[in-house]
Structure formats: structure tokens, C-alpha cells
Design a protein around this ligand. Sequence first.
Ligand SMILES: C[S@@+](CC[C@H](N)C(=O)[O-])C[C@H]1O[C@@H](n2cnc3c(N)ncnc32)[C@H](O)[C@@H]1O
Length: 267
Amino acid sequence: METLKHYVETYTNTAETNDFVWEHFRDEVNKNPFLKNHRDYVEEKQAGFGDRSFHHMWYLLLQDLKEKKEEITCLEIGIFKGQVISLWALIAKEIGLKAKITGISPLEGNYPNNSLFRNYYIRKLLSYVVPSIRRDFADGNIHIQEDFIGHIQKMFDNSGLDLREVNLIKGYSNDENISSQVQNQKFDIVYIDGDHSYKVCKEDLDNYAKIIKPNGYLVMDDASNFNPGTKFFKGIVEVSKACEEIDATIFKNILNVGHNRIYQRVG
Ligand SMILES: C[S@@+](CC[C@H](N)C(=O)[O-])C[C@H]1O[C@@H](n2cnc3c(N)ncnc32)[C@H](O)[C@@H]1O
């Protein structure tokens, strides 16, 4: 299996390479039983977003960090039902790496769980008439109320993982009472996938990119609208716009996997 370094060294941000990486990473997941089983569960239970290829991206990133250190620290903003935090824990267990995982998420929905909002087409219809729903719909910010802790627990149980080892912070990343809880820490990985409006995405970048360790990784979800490629969902324009403003002298965009963009702290 090729390493992260291999893909980074051969990467060019072209349609051909972006399509190749996205398809090839998906195929690598399907060849790797523990990654495949995890993603199959997510898809079967509709317990997460993103693409199958991302599982291989995380595998390569954690393998890369394992070459350099025995213990790593990871932070996810926007946990939903726990796909990524459980995947990190699973990969770490599988490759023998200690991972201290933190997640920040409201752990509740922002729309009621009723027959109106459960129906995608009615949500879409409402988005034409109610401006706030229109904004949330366009930004992928509609989350129906559910028992998120219950879903996360099930995701961890399904992979034989202990959720108690994760530092779950309940709240909004742009609330100062929440962001202050991690400001004295440093992370090897920060994954931003919370509120997808330009405003909050910029706030997340301001608050959390600075706590990434030197050479650590910032991964931005839904961020590839301005990247070439034809085979994958490109993301959310507001997020992609915020990413255009990432200072390239501090964070170098080293690889893109569909709408996940990987930046490495170089400054
Ligand atoms: C697209 S989902 C995340 C999907 C998840 N990362 C995955 O891979 O399955 C976005 C999540 O961010 C949460 N969220 C929304 N605004 C947030 C904020 N300001 N801070 C943290 N999480 C937020 C939502 O409640 C939802 O759980």
C-alpha cells in the first residue's frame, strides 16, 4: 500500500488527479475489511456524511503520524453520529497508535423531529419561502433532532470501542465557552465539519487552526467547489470560499480527496 507521502509527492490539483484519487481511495477502502465494515455500517444506518474514500484518507493520515509519534491528539468539529471520531479510534487501535480524541458538537438537532422536517421535499419546499431555512438548506445546516449520544454510542459499540475514552464537548464551536476549553491544547489533526456558513467556518479557522501542532494536519470538509474534477460532490460554496482565504504560508494544501481538503501546518 502506498503512503500518504507518495500521494502528496505525486499530487497535482487537476481534474484527472482529483477524480483518480477519489476513486482509488474508495477502492482501497473496499479492499480493507475493517475500513469497509465501518463505512458499510455508516451507510446502512445513514449515520454519517461524506464519501467512502475519506476512510482511506484517514487511514493514511494516522499511519503517517504513527511513523513520527507514539501518541497523537485529534479534534473534530461537528460530530453528527460519530463516524469520524469512531473511525480515528478504530484505526488507532488497528495500527497500534495511542490517539487522544476530542469532539465538539451540539449533540442535538436544530430542527424539530416532526413529519414536516423529516421529509426532504417539504424541507426543500420550505426553503423557498423561509429565508433562514433557505440559508440552512443551502449550507447543509439542517439537522433534525435525534438522540445523537445514543447514535454515537452505537457506532462505538459496533466497532468494539470505548466512547468514554473520547473527550466529548457538547456545544457550538463558535461559542467562546466551548472554544476556550481546548485553547490550551495542541492537536496533530483538526477536522472542521460543523456549521457550513462562511461566517462560522471562518470563525472555526480562526479559533482552531492556531492550535494545530507544527507539521500537523488541518482537514476541511465540503471545501472543493473551486477544485477541478467531475466524479465527486464538490461541497458547500460558503465553506470553499472560507478555505480560499487560508494563509498558504502557514497551511499548505498538500492533497485533496473529493471535497475533503488536507492542509499541513508549515509556518
Ligand atoms: C455534516 S455534520 C458532520 C458529519 C460528520 N463529521 C460525519 O463525518 O459524519 C455537521 C455536524 O456539525 C454540527 N454543528 C453545527 N454547527 C456546529 C458548530 N457551530 N459547532 C460544532 N458542531 C456544529 C451539527 O449538529 C452536525 O452534527
